[in-house]
Design a protein around this ligand. Structure first.
Ligand SMILES: Nc1ncnc2c1ncn2[C@@H]1O[C@H](COP(=O)(O)OP(=O)(O)O)[C@@H](O)[C@H]1O
Ligand SMILES: C=C(OP(=O)(O)O)C(=O)O
Length: 403
């Protein structure tokens, strides 16, 4: 936890006073699943009035930082500050990008970029003054980690980094990052300054690009699409990804999941409250929304392959540089997404997923299946106003798939 929170200086510690919030972590002690409403032996309880959190039955360090994240989703909107489940980085010219996405979609991997300053990999706030990180460290997944593909994360694993659930050779103490025998969800927690390009303090100006990441195991979302404001809101409220074996206990097969605002587990108010704040900020500061599929291409999970990280990085580079904003676009059927026809360093044929599927009928069926899941999920939001502007709410509804 020391690695992941913002560490006070010795001077600040001298008159730190009483903490604003206290975590009681009894992770080795399971909670009583026979208690009314308790569905597992793990519980994380937050009492906003007492300003206390009690963790039982899990020793996963992520619970502490994500528990505090829930608290921030309550406290910040009350101060007109938007809390964000996103990574964040900044270019040499001061252009800031946010990377929203559920677990495993690439927030940490893509915000950690050798050519840009890292503001943070997971939890941020967007206020009148710009963006700021809530944390003081990163919590990177290290399953299959390689020096070639993710050099900054690899190099951040050194004395002081806490490795969780990895398997190492007893004699040489060498870690086998391929070994998932304890869990797929192996982690490295390191202070953010272990990344050479970290921006300290972790703050930046208003974002220019809002990148929504989805790991689409169905393989039908394009690798990148440029979104209108209404589409950005639609996909932000939907919060889609497809889980593959990994972070969440018991999930073995890919499965579509929708988590409002890319953080249903953390938000404490209605999703439209956060969406309204995001749309207001994006309009005020002229930010562009993008949907990036870091998942499958050429077929669904099982038949296609995950899009190469190197290609996703080139796509993200083109967003940052501004070159993608002025590319040529065409519109997809069903999802109505604007997809570029060319990106430097990415084979053009993969930009439209239909080209990568050998069975075109299977592609169409899968696309319709996913569109149906989106529509079903969005049903619960159809009667809500988003912000003061009812036209926006209508536009958002119309920005979803139609078929
Ligand atoms: N095309 C891709 N884009 C992003 N990540 C990818 C891609 N292909 C494979 N990966 C892997 O997927 C995982 C993404 O996880 P991570 O960046 O920790 O996500 P998050 O921070 O959103 O939870 C990493 O292990 C990364 O190496
Ligand atoms: C800590 C977590 O976030 P992420 O997987 O996005 O790093 C988590 O969801 O367990």
């Amino acid at each position: 936890m020391h690695n992941m929170c913002i560490r006070p200086t010795p001077e600040e510690l001298e008159d730190f006073g009483t903490p604003d919030f206290t975590i009681y972590n009894a992770g080795q002690f399971p909670c009583n699943r026979y208690t009314h409403h308790m569905t597992s032996s793990t519980s994380i309880d937050i009492n906003l009035a007492r300003k206390e959190m009690v963790i039982l039955g899990t020793q996963y360090a992520g619970e502490m930082k994500k528990g505090l994240f829930g608290l921030m989703h309550y406290l910040m909107p009350k101060r007109q500050i938007l809390s964000l489940h996103s990574g964040c980085n900044m270019g040499k010219d001061g252009d800031v990008a946010l990377f929203f996405g559920l677990s495993g979609t690439g927030k940490t991997t893509l915000s950690t970029d050798h050519n840009r300053y890292l503001i943070g990999d997971d939890e941020h706030c967007w206020s009148e003054n710009g963006v700021s990180n809530i944390e003081g460290g990163c919590y990177a997944k290290c399953i299959d980690l390689s020096r070639e593909k993710e050099p900054d994360i690899w190099n951040a694993i050194k004395f002081g980094t806490v490795l969780e659930n990895v398997v190492l050779d007893e004699h040489t103490r060498e870690v086998d990052y391929m070994d998932s025998s304890v869990t797929e969800n192996t982690r490295a927690a390191y202070p953010i300054d272990y990344i050479p390009n970290a921006k300290i303090p972790c703050v930046g100006p208003h974002p220019k690009n809002i990148i929504l990441l989805a790991c689409d195991a169905f393989g039908v979302l394009p690798p990148v699409s440029k979104l209108s404001l209404a589409q950005t809101m639609y996909h932000f409220i939907s919060g889609y990804t497809a889980l593959v074996a990994g972070t969440e206990d018991g999930i073995k097969e890919p499965q579509a999941t929708f988590s409002a605002c890319f953080g249903a587990a953390f938000i404490m108010m209605h999703p439209t409250r956060y969406a309204a704040m995001l749309s207001e900020k994006m309009q005020k500061h002229g930010a562009t929304g993008w949907l990036v599929n870091t998942g499958w291409s050429g077929g669904s999970y099982g038949s296609g392959k995950r899009i190469k990280l190197a290609y996703t990085r080139r796509i993200i580079d083109a967003i940052h540089s501004g070159s993608l904003l002025n590319a040529n676009y065409k519109k997809t059927e069903v999802f109505g997404l604007e997809i570029p026809t060319e990106i430097e360093g990415v084979p053009s044929e993969i930009l439209d997923p239909v080209n990568t599927w050998t069975d075109k009928n299977a592609y169409k069926d899968t696309q319709l299946k996913l569109a149906g899941l989106f529509q079903k999920n969005f049903g619960v939001f159809t009667n809500y106003k988003i912000g003061k502007n009812s036209t926006l709410a209508e536009e958002i509804l119309a920005a979803g798939p139609s078929y």
